[in-house]
Ligand binder design. Structure first.
Ligand SMILES: [Zn+2]
Length: 391
């Protein structure tokens, strides 16, 4: 199905479908590949540089020297550790982030100006600085009084994971987007009816002003119980057909019905607690502490070593997280098909999401396995084609 011409974003070739049986034209696939080739080396390079920085400072006396530069007082050192751990990787990542933006902008994917980008960077720091400082003060205060600090740190990491999952939609998202109730009309009615048919209680349908930043399309369901609401990006409303919006929301309702947020949060909390236990075993190992120039772990000069080990752990765990996410997304896709019994609409929606984001229908396998949080578009479309009404 070809989207009506007036709804195709200006930077997308008018007809992206290939011949019969082809969902994407060769020109479109080439264009998506060009974007990936422009963006991925920058993204992977940024990650590698960040990891290189924490390893270089954490596994030498460099990080300890930085922290000691804040004076001899314990609190000054912990604060200094937090400030350097947040600001140095952020500063190193900025050129990579900016370069990625330049490429995406060339493909018409970014609507936000540089001023807004800088404001987002600062807002992000206002969140990460207090969180990092709070975590470091807690860990080093505990480590100073008990050898069992890691038990408390593991419990704390699990608790913070749960707290952040709850706070993200209520506290952090409003810092970045404005939400307004969707105007009464057939689409709002259709979305509420869809939720009701699915047995999901929804308080309201909100529209997020994502178009200030991006052309990306998205929707999600957030909140719990009575405060649960459907959130739709304004970009989705302005580019997609109402039927496609319904199919996106049907997928999101799948996440609610299968309790993906609470389950994911529980899994994340367990993972965080287990991660802290492994981390504790590694960062208290004498040869590493010697390498990092710290007297013991309780010495805040070990903070960069802590960050280095945590970063390696994070990099190793990320592909596992991506694999779990792909499973969950596949299930939500199936739910959308069962709820709507509309594979044709689902395929139209998938094509729209792919084309507007200039996504590759079948990205390279290694890249997809390492970083893909969703099944590849071609796989999602094939699954919809193979789907049949049960019974
Ligand atoms: Zn999803």
């Amino acid at each position: 199905m070809t989207p009506p011409p007036d709804r195709v974003p200006a930077d997308v070739p008018g007809d992206v479908s290939g011949g019969p049986g082809d969902d994407f034209s060769a020109e479109y696939v080439a264009r998506a590949r060009e974007l990936r080739r422009g963006v991925w080396p920058v993204a992977v390079g940024g990650r590698a540089a960040g990891l290189g920085l924490v390893l270089a400072l954490g596994l030498t006396g460099g990080g300890a020297g930085l922290v000691a530069g804040f004076g001899g007082a314990w609190a000054a050192r912990v604060a200094g550790a937090a400030v350097t751990l947040v600001l140095l990787p952020e500063a190193l990542g900025l050129p990579f982030g900016a370069r990625g933006r330049v490429v995406r902008r060339r493909f018409g994917l970014i609507t936000q100006g540089w001023g807004g980008w800088w404001a987002d960077v600062l807002r992000g720091l206002l969140i990460s600085l207090p969180l990092t400082a709070g975590a470091l003060f807690a860990v080093y205060a505990l480590a100073g009084v008990t050898g069992h600090w890691w038990v408390w740190a593991a419990l704390g990491a699990a608790a913070v994971t749960v707290l952040l999952s709850w706070a993200a939609p209520l506290v952090f998202e409003p810092l970045f987007n404005r939400f307004t109730p969707m105007a009464p009309g057939p689409l709002r009615d259709a979305l509420l009816a869809l939720a009701e048919r699915d047995g999901v209680t929804v308080e309201d349908v909100l529209v997020a002003d994502a178009s200030r930043r991006t052309t990306a399309l998205n929707a999600y369901v957030s909140g719990f119980g009575r405060t649960r609401r459907i959130v739709v990006y304004d970009t989705l409303l302005s580019t997609a057909d109402p039927r496609e919006v319904e199919l996106v929301v049907a997928h999101e309702l799948g996440h609610v019905v299968h309790r993906d947020v609470p389950r994911g949060t529980a899994l994340g909390a367990l993972g965080a607690a287990a991660g802290v236990c492994v981390l504790a075993a590694v960062v208290t190992w004498r040869p590493l502490l010697d390498l990092a120039g710290a007297d013991g772990f309780a010495d805040p000069r070990s903070a960069w070593l802590l960050a280095a080990v945590a970063s390696v752990g994070g990099a190793v765990a990320a592909p596992l997280g991506a694999a779990v996410s792909r499973r969950v997304e596949r299930r939500a896709d199936r739910h959308a098909l069962e709820l709507t019994a509309d594979p044709a609409g689902f395929i139209a929606m998938q094509r729209r999401l792919t084309v507007v984001n200039v996504g590759e229908p079948s990205p390279p396998r290694a890249l997809h396995l390492l970083f893909g949080t969703h099944p590849a578009p071609a796989e999602r479309i094939a699954a919809a084609r193979a789907w049949r009404v049960p019974g």
